[in-house]
Design a protein around this ligand. Sequence first.
Ligand SMILES: C[S@@+](CC[C@H](N)C(=O)[O-])C[C@H]1O[C@@H](n2cnc3c(N)ncnc32)[C@H](O)[C@@H]1O
Length: 393
Amino acid sequence: MRIPEVEIAIFGEADEQKATLSFSTHRKNQFRYLQTSNVEAIEFFYLRLWENFQRSCQTTISSRSDVWRWLIDFEDPEISVPEKAVESLSQLWKALPFNWDSIANLYKDQVRGSNLEFFKSYFKGETEKVLEKIEMAASDGEFVVMDFGCGTGSTIKAIAEFAYSPENTQQAITRNLRHILGVDDAALMIAESYRVREGLGSKGREVSLWKLDIQELAEYIENGRISSFPAGQDSRSVGIDRAIFENCRKFGCLMNVLPNIPRIFRLPFLRRIASTLSSGDQILVSTYNGLRFGDFQRKVYGSIPNLTGAYENRLDLPASLRTYVNPERDFVSHWFTLHELELLVESAGFKKVDSGYFPEDSSNRDDLQGVGVFVLARKSTGDESPHPNPPSA
Ligand SMILES: C[S@@+](CC[C@H](N)C(=O)[O-])C[C@H]1O[C@@H](n2cnc3c(N)ncnc32)[C@H](O)[C@@H]1O
């Protein structure tokens, strides 16, 4: 059977910007997704896509399944899509069945609480890196941590326990950490973070949590200032002292959130985060190490079928794409190389301060060293130009 050529053309109303996405026509497993996928989801997705663009743009799509696959990063097309279209598409992405809403317990027990050495090493190394980098930033004066995509609250817990422990009173973090704001839009994830906060007792006093899409955060916080509090979360429930927040530098954490965001949305997503921070504020970004994808993907995804779909039902992508896709759960996870992560972060308006691999301590098994990558960066001042060659986002 001939596989149809697919072209998506998006014509912006105002400026006639055009984006053309072409898909390869020779992949053997081109139709596998259709056979194994949730057809209702595709249908819904396609209709919403169609409705949205009917209103504002003109769209031509020859195959609905290819749209889905384009969004999940299946191919690597040259993409240049108008920002308006990216925004509509990101709403559509959220309408797909995979979301974090219902899986907080699975994530907490089977990923964060996993016995798999890979996860244990990754999270131990990540926590050490977060504390090390925050302690360094803390020597510059008072600051607030913003944990973007805080999930089940593990990073918040580690920071609060460290900062507010009696044995750490000599540390800069204890003197200068004024508040931690966690943001996550998944109801059960943020509910778990609330439980973590309760469990912290007095150490959780300076933790507040917003249930909010990070993409909407810029409507409430811009350049480190709070323009208004999100609806349903007034100043009492958010618990932030506005003056303290605005007078402090921010330290952003983006721990393992980027892998599950489709390629096309990553750059706009990071730019939104950048716009909430002030020039000079730092952000620490982490993901699994793309160079270790081939070594570990089977063990990792084979161990959490309830979360990511049975390993056998994955879409078999070449390991060089470093992306795990499972249509069974509409799950996608991309593992970044260090260079790829640096390029992305710098393209979003940050300047790299440091980057590297974790864990790096010798008590770990050799093969588990460097299973994570991190980039520490600060928001550029206006006079620093972003990276000249942004990766296709
Ligand atoms: C892989 S989990 C990581 C959670 C946590 N940072 C950790 O290290 O355990 C990704 C988290 O990002 C959140 N997330 C993804 N996209 C988001 C968005 N647009 N707005 C808010 N939260 C988002 C999800 O709800 C989920 O809790």
